[in-house]
Design a protein around this ligand. Structure first.
Ligand code: NAD
Ligand code: UDP
Length: 344
């Protein structure tokens, strides 16, 4: 029987895909989620994809010490933690900073207090947001971090620091922060994918909802940036390749002597918003109506990764192109539509 891994935030977008990849590699999985930004239906989708026996679900909150303790008491055989549970809206974090600090920083501390003395490897979802508008492109891990524009971004910087300090103080605590660039796309089965509650905040789910007719038009946030076509440039990466990076990260923590790592996870290719729209139109054969609206506060003009560290050190080899990812996102949107998704 495989090792048991806890995935916090496991019913969310990235968590569900990490779960699918871990299962494929033979791990046993406990998903913990408080359903604050996901549907219980995602659990049933995972069961359909992976089978009834493949995972256990605990509806619990990482910021509640009693619930975290109870979970580790019940699953005393957990051998690794992948920590994805967090609130993730930049705008919401500006309006409700305390909720973000409580959930993202408080939750992390609660979890670490439980894990640090148990010799359980710990993987943390960080973000390229920690770099702000980087002075150097492509962005390397040693590019200096910028003061964050939003409480959300700051929770990732503080989270990384807390993890680094905890690793420094406890030799037996092994940890890794993965700085995701822009995850997009869905599982090849189309049974799981990005399932936003209400109006999507991110580009690709917005585009697919315009494609299916659920939204009238995309608003492109600004076209006067100093980029090739005036729209922002990002590094989009297939969520399945990102999920693979988690498994490699976990396996590194199991076998290595060092106890703290940081990696960028991106394809290393900068693509503009307008280019994403035309790529989507090509793969889906649907026209996407858009209008240019004002720039979104806090958006940096350009971010793309130098991911050579993870490629060389962990032998991470992304398999999917941006167009593959867009097509999989489109197939998932069609799946949701044909299954009468009216959830808002
Ligand atoms: P998501 O919102 O889809 O998933 C997060 C899950 O965590 C949700 O299911 C939510 O219900 C759960 N959750 C939130 N607070 C919780 C709590 N206190 N206790 C238990 N569960 C809780 O988000 P995602 O896109 O899958 O992101 C996962 C992680 O990756 C987050 O930490 C996010 O900050 C980070 N990240 C995401 C992106 C991205 O573009 N999606 C980019 C960089 C980093
Ligand atoms: N974007 C946009 N319209 C939207 C959502 C996003 O023009 O409805 C742009 C956004 O300004 C950014 C890019 O798309 O330049 C990617 O945004 P997303 O929110 O997906 O990820 P971020 O890079 O902000 O983490």
């Amino acid at each position: 029987m495989g090792l048991k891994i806890l995935i916090t935030g496991g019913l969310g977008y990235i968590g569900a895909h990490v779960c699918a990849v871990l299962h494929q590699k033979g791990y046993r999985i406990v998903l913990m989620d408080n359903l604050s930004n996901s549907f219980l239906q995602m659990y049933h989708q995972l069961i359909t994809l992976l089978g009834e026996q493949s995972l256990e679900f605990e509806k619990k909150d990482i910021s509640r010490p009693d619930e975290v303790k109870e979970l580790f008491r019940k699953h005393s055989d957990i051998k690794g933690v992948i920590h994805l549970a967090a609130l993730k809206s930049v705008n919401q974090s500006i309006a409700q900073p305390l909720s973000y600090y409580h959930n993202n920083v408080g939750g992390l501390i609660t979890l670490l207090s439980e894990v640090k003395s148990k010799n359980i490897p710990f993987l943390f979802s960080s973000s390229c947001t920690v770099y702000g508008q980087a002075d150097q492109l492509p962005i390397k891990e040693n590019t200096s971090l910028k003061p964050s524009f939003s409480p959300y971004g700051f929770t990732k910087q503080v989270g990384e620091q807390i993890i680094k300090d905890t690793a420094k103080a406890n030799d037996s605590f092994k940890a890794m922060s993965l700085r995701y660039f822009n995850p997009i796309g869905a599982h090849p089965s189309s049974l799981i994918g990005e399932w936003p509650i209400g109006e999507p905040q991110n580009l690709v789910p917005y585009i697919t909802q315009v494609g299916i007719g659920k939204r009238k038009e995309l608003k492109i946030f600004g076209d006067t940036y100093d980029t090739t076509d005036g729209t922002c440039i990002r590094d989009y990466i297939h969520v399945m390749d990102l999920a693979e990076a988690h498994v490699l990260g976990l396996e590194t923590l199991f076998s290595s002597n060092s106890n703290h790592y940081v990696y960028n996870v991106g394809l290393g290719k900068g693509v503009s918003v307008k280019e994403m729209v035309s790529r989507f139109e090509k793969v889906s054969e649907r026209p996407i109506k858009y209008k240019i609206s004002k720039a979104r506060k806090g958006d940096v003009p350009i971010a793309y990764a130098d991911a050579s560290r993870i490629r060389h050190q962990l032998n991470w080899q992304p398999k999917y192109s941006i167009n593959d990812a867009l097509l999989s996102a489109w197939n998932w949107e069609k799946y949701l539509h044909s299954n009468n998704d009216h959830k808002e």
